[in-house]
Design a protein around this ligand. Sequence first.
Ligand SMILES: Cc1ncc(COP(=O)(O)O)c(C=O)c1O
Length: 365
Amino acid sequence: MAPLRAFHEQENEILESTARVLKSGMWVYSNEGKALENELAQYMGCKRAVVVSSGTDALLLSLQALGVKPGDEVITPAYSFFASASVIQHLGAIPVFCDVDDKTFNISPDAVEARITKKTVGFIAVHLYGLPADMTRLREIADSHGIFILEDAAQAIGAKVDGRAAGTLGDLAAFSFYPTKNLSACGEGGCITGTDMDAIEIASKLRLHGETERYHHSLLGRNCRIDELQSSIVRLKLKKLQEWTSRRQEIAERYTDAWADLPLRVPYVPGGFEHVYHLYVIKSRDRNRLRDFLNERKIGNGVYYPVSLPGLEIFKGLGCHPQEFPVSEQCCREVLALPMFPQLTDEEVETVIQAVYDFHGSRGL
Ligand SMILES: Cc1ncc(COP(=O)(O)O)c(C=O)c1O
């Protein structure tokens, strides 16, 4: 529903540009993809962006480009989307989970430091829901231990810390263009940015089968190309991103102001941080009843994420227990995402606000 409303906002332009791409006969990573790379680098204020087939591939190729090998340990938050950990295991490396910060839901720098061992080669800083992790502290930790930071910025395009964009704060960074993301394709896509130019160069080759020149392969890459239709669509949406981000922030402010006195936790944004509200997530002890109430009123909501990563079947073999990550476990029980996309009307925003009031038996607006 939300992605479709964004599509309708640009329907004519998108149909024109996809027709142009189809008629050009150039359908796989070519001029549109290269133009998108330049525009993304300019948008984020970095030297280079490398477009790929998905956010998951952006993470996987980044880890490979950063030199992660079987047996290496990579620290990642216990509370995130599956791909923030699965990519580590795909390379034969070991995901080491650490708990998140109670206020921001992002990886806790103290918890990261406590998990560093001789085998640790780096960590993944997920900017969950669109709020950057504490990159200043995390950078200090990474530098003092000589390990890398991979930003999982899948949910955080346009987010900033002290004016610097997510995607320029770690060694490498991965973005997703999945249809529900703030900057999206009408299909799959992703991109890699960062500050380690050697690693970006390696990643750019890895996505093209590790080719150095046609049919000469020096690296064990894969086919992680994005197609030209998706690149052309992401280019059109990039033109709208700033306006759409401001609208998300405006809606978030309305929710936060309205619910300040209710017994729930609204998103916390530390000074100097810019949140882009991929999701607007509250924390409530009465989450499940609130959810039922909103469902009855047909108000969209979602739980991201109902199970912590250490609690997933696939990671049981790592020998860690969800109870070791109490903040993550509490998030799984208490978080609830409320409607958040730029095309929400003021009337719809008011309906959401009123429904949350009504649930709490408040007087309303
Ligand atoms: C935090 C996070 N990391 C990685 C990904 C993976 O991105 P994609 O779905 O484009 O592969 C997602 C997508 O949902 C995500 O939210």
